[in-house]
Design a protein around this ligand. Sequence first.
Ligand code: SF4
Length: 194
Amino acid sequence: MSVNPDTPAPIPDLADLIVHLARLGQSTAATRLTAAQWMALRFFARASRLSRTPSAFSCYHATTRGTASQTVKSLVEMGLLARQSHATDGRSTILDVTEAGHAMLRRDPLEDLRHVLARLDPEAHAALATALGHAVSDLAHLRDVPVFGTCVDCAHCQHDAEGNVCLQSQAYLSQGDMAAICVEFRPAPTAAQS
Ligand code: SF4
């Protein structure tokens, strides 16, 4: 049987492809952490100080607070996360990645996926990043959960003579702050929306 060259190629189910890519990328067979523990360790390494809480992680990971707390507890017991009291709220806890946690992250199974994606041509890479960013934002809206993002695309981020400032916390932002994912993030309106 021959294929009619005029027949358009079937369009792949993108949702299925994305889920498969994610599962393959974070395959943890060769590591001692589960996929959820890796997700938590990455989150706490990248989150802003105010976002390094079990409840912010439960929103980010789209899981219950109980499940998120169990994951965090297991990482604390392994010495990969350490608890600190919140500077202004003694009842809350901030989680920091320990040196052992950072050493573990250098063996992150997601590195293989990062290398594969880094080989895409720059235009395709940028287009994919934009498209996936929009999809994450739309899905979070549909699920009524917060969208996480960084200061670069945040409506609360302003620039003045002193540098970048967060209007939400009324604090100037360091380069590290600018790259951190934040639970207070609010997407800045696009040129088409403003
Ligand atoms: S500017 Fe936005 S993303 Fe950055 S710290 Fe403030 S609220 Fe968070």
